[in-house]
Structure formats: structure tokens, C-alpha cells
Write a protein that binds this ligand. Structure first.
Ligand SMILES: [Cu+2]
Length: 162
């Protein structure tokens, strides 16, 4: 429970866990006629990373959709539309994610759609449950377990204020 909390905090803190920004489409950004499938293959997406969609404001938008929305190039009416020209999306969970532009026929004809597959964080600070369980009748081990809790709390505090 404590370590899970620390993990969540670490995910929220960019510099400590080596999370990176993925400039979608590289030099070309978020636009028409870019092979985003090929681009995605050059990247390794991990929880805590950011997707950065850069484009001329007013020309495009970014909407996260489900797999069906990706295939059909259609977003649900209630979907959140990002349209600042520099939209940053933090990746919070593992697995596949889909993003499209819903302006005109950009998605359906010009291929402005992105599918990514997100991996867990690379360096998890979480200790295995067996490490956390104090062996019976050993005061020294009890102390070391207690001090490891202190370290976890300190890390959590550091993360909160970073
Ligand atoms: Cu567009």
C-alpha cells in the first residue's frame, strides 16, 4: 500500500524516474501525411511519459479515442478536445492508447491518427512484498524494516515537493 502510493507519486514526478517527452511525429509534428505507425515504432512509451502534440493552432486537434474510434476516425460527442497547438498528454496507464485529429478528413484520408502501446515504468522503486515482511524474532531485521519505511516516507516527501 505504501509502496504503491510511492509508485504513483513517482509516476507524477518527471525528473526522478527518467520519464521523457515524446514529440509526436518528430520534426514534422502533428499534421497530415505522416506515418505515425512508423514513428511510434521508434519510441518506447512508458507510464509517466508525456506525449507532446505540436501543430499550428486552428489547423488540427487531438482527441483520445478507443480502438473503434481509431479505426472509424470518430470521437464520442463527450470526448475532450485538445486544440492549443501544443497539447501535452501524460501517460498514466499501460496498454494501447489511440489519438486522432477530427478536423475534416485529416484522420480518415490523411492518416492523422496515432496508436501507441505503453509499457510499465522502467525503474520501479517498489520493493517486493517478501522484502517488506519482517522475519519473526529478529530485532535487527525489525529495525532494518522500520528504517526502510522511513526511507520510503522520505522519498514520498521528496517526490511531493519536487
Ligand atoms: Cu488535423
Amino acid at each position: 500500500m505504501v509502496s504503491a502510493l510511492v509508485m504513483m507519486l513517482m509516476a507524477a514526478c518527471f525528473p526522478l524516474n527518467g520519464a521523457i517527452d515524446h514529440a509526436v511525429g518528430g520534426e514534422r509534428g502533428w499534421t497530415l501525411e505522416v506515418d505515425y505507425r512508423a514513428w511510434a515504432k521508434t519510441q518506447q512509451f512508458r507510464v509517466g511519459d508525456n506525449l507532446v502534440f505540436k501543430y499550428q493552432r486552428g489547423d488540427h486537434n487531438v482527441i483520445e479515442v478507443d480502438e473503434t474510434g481509431f479505426k472509424d476516425c470518430a470521437a464520442k460527442p463527450a470526448a475532450t478536445v485538445l486544440d492549443t497547438g501544443k497539447d501535452v498528454i501524460r501517460i498514466l496507464t499501460t496498454g494501447k492508447k489511440w489519438y486522432i485529429c477530427t478536423v475534416s478528413i485529416h484522420c480518415s484520408v490523411a492518416g492523422q491518427k496515432l496508436e501507441i502501446d505503453v509499457l510499465p515504468q522502467a525503474h520501479s522503486p517498489e520493493a517486493s512484498p517478501s522484502d517488506m515482511k519482517p522475519p519473526p524474532s529478529s530485532l535487527a531485521n525489525m529495525r532494518s524494516v522500520a528504517s526502510s519505511y522511513v526511507v520510503i516516507v522520505l522519498v514520498a516527501v521528496a517526490v511531493i515537493f519536487c
